[in-house]
Design a protein around this ligand. Structure first.
Ligand SMILES: Cc1cc2nc3c(=O)[nH]c(=O)nc-3n(C[C@H](O)[C@H](O)[C@H](O)COP(=O)(O)OP(=O)(O)OC[C@H]3O[C@@H](n4cnc5c(N)ncnc54)[C@H](O)[C@@H]3O)c2cc1C
Length: 412
């Protein structure tokens, strides 16, 4: 049965969801305060990683954090004034790090992300942007074997779930990435992985196709949701009220402002990350490079070479600290000596992160005709199209092909 469906949020998750719902013939309206793809989905590292099944919190994380915080080039920062607010989330994060939970989370992440190429394929084909999806694999590099062995659990979790990878020595790394100087001792080549050459263009192209297919995109800020006895009745926006029947919340790091309204007070944090993009690095990598020790990726985007990473807990509204982007620029210079970052662009984005690294996907536990699709943290680009397909299955009453209980809003 065709429905009138309103989606809050035009990031990759909201737009992919809208595309899948429109394919089912529903009347679809997307409401966002910004044009499509200009919030967190704008500047990510572009990685499509069906094997990204390792949560951020793994056994021993508590002992690693002081080292990360003390290292000026480290991947993690916390504004101390924000600690009291972040504490409940951080406690849940640590609680999710025991091995039994980690194994279960890894199963649920793998079940979602393994679908990424298959779920994007019909969308990019229909929008005429198949060129954006590059199935190159990627390489992870370590300075020392000791550092690699310190990450053994992360690679075991992937291998146990069927992720195919080749171990590389220094010569093997050089074969895949001749541009890297020889100071990496061990690496891995991950098959069946890839990247999006321009994440902003992906979201905008899918959004443009949605409009050509009869979908509507409204640029409005949603201020409140009016509830009736049978579910949501209207969105109050900065430009008037919009009547709604079925609602999907895809508002990224802002989603719990809405889910709270429906009684689902999920622990969602804006985990801020940064990028630096060099438009003319004077060389071209053939595939992305991951540096696990610094939790970053370097990706050959169509607009230049991008380094992206960093986890900053400072609150959703705090001003960016571009000192974190400078750290990425320094790490890029260390990887590729001689590269000039003088003309580079910098960006900060807010990952919608849950303490257990799993998104929230599925119906509201309390209010009829409300669905959630948010909280994808570090893997929202990869998880965008699979999530859209799952939401369209749920709304159509089709079996989504995976167990959605791990993504329930009521799991905390
Ligand atoms: C540095 C960095 C690197 C990353 N690298 C990768 C990667 O390589 N691979 C990967 O898969 N993921 C990556 N990610 C994560 C990924 O970018 C996010 O998970 C993803 O973009 C989230 O998409 P979204 O649609 O949920 O949210 P968003 O893109 O943030 O979209 C949410 C939308 O909701 C709108 N909105 C919010 N509140 C309101 C309101 N009140 N009214 C109207 N509209 C509203 C916003 O304007 C926004 O457009 C990275 C993130 C960062 C920061």
């Amino acid at each position: 049965m065709q429905k009138r469906i309103t989606i809050v949020g035009a990031g990759i998750v909201g737009i992919a969801t809208a595309c899948y719902l429109r394919r089912d013939g529903h009347e679809v309206t997307v409401v966002d305060m910004s044009p499509p793809g200009e919030y967190c989905s704008f500047g990510n590292a572009g990685i499509l990683s069906p094997g990204s099944c390792v949560p951020l919190a793994t056994p021993g994380i508590l002992f690693k954090v002081p080292g990360y915080l003390a290292d000026p080039l480290g991947p993690l920062t916390l504004r101390w004034s924000y600690l009291p607010k972040a504490l409940p989330w951080l406690l849940r994060f640590v609680a999710a790090s025991n091995i039994t939970r980690v194994e279960r989370i890894a199963d649920a992440l793998r079940a979602l992300l393994v679908q990424t190429f298959d779920a994007y394929a019909p969308l990019v084909k229909h929008a005429g942007v198949e060129d954006l999806i590059r199935r190159t694999g990627y390489v992870a590099v370590y300075g020392t074997r000791r550092a690699y062995e310190g990450d053994a659990l992360a690679w075991k979790l992937r291998r146990d779930r069927g992720v195919v990878m080749d171990e590389l020595d220094a010569a093997g790394i050089k074969r895949h990435v001749p541009e890297l100087p020889g100071n990496y001792e061990v690496g891995l080549y991950l098959h069946d992985h890839g990247y999006v050459a321009n994440p902003e263009r992906l979201t905008k192209s899918l959004a443009a196709q949605l409009q050509r297919d009869g979908g509507t995109i409204l640029q409005r800020k949603v201020i409140d949701i009016e509830l009736g006895p049978d579910g949501p009745r209207a969105l109050a926006t900065d430009a008037g009220s919009i009547p709604v029947e079925t609602l999907v919340i895809c508002a990224g790091a802002h989603s719990n402002e809405f889910s709270r309204r429906f009684g689902d007070d999920v622990p969602l944090e804006a985990e801020r990350g940064y990028h630096v993009t060099v438009s003319d690095p004077r060389f071209k990598l053939s595939l992305p490079v991951m540096v696990p020790e610094h939790k970053l990726f370097v990706t050959p985007m169509e607009m230049g070479l991008r380094i992206a990473g960093q986890s900053e807990f400072a609150g959703i509204d705090a001003e960016p600290d571009y000192g974190r982007a400078d750290v990425l620029a320094r790490l890029m210079q260390r990887m590729f000596p001689g590269i000039s970052t003088a003309d580079a662009t910098q960006w900060m984005g807010r990952r919608p992160s849950m303490p257990d690294s799993l998104p929230v996907i599925g119906p509201s536990s309390k209010v009829a005709n409300v669905y959630y699709a948010f909280g994808h943290g570090h893997v929202g680009l990869c998880g965008g199209a699979p999530t859209g397909r799952i939401i369209s299955d749920l709304i159509a009453g089709r079996e989504p092909g995976l167990d959605i209980r791990p993504y329930s809003p009521g799991r905390f």
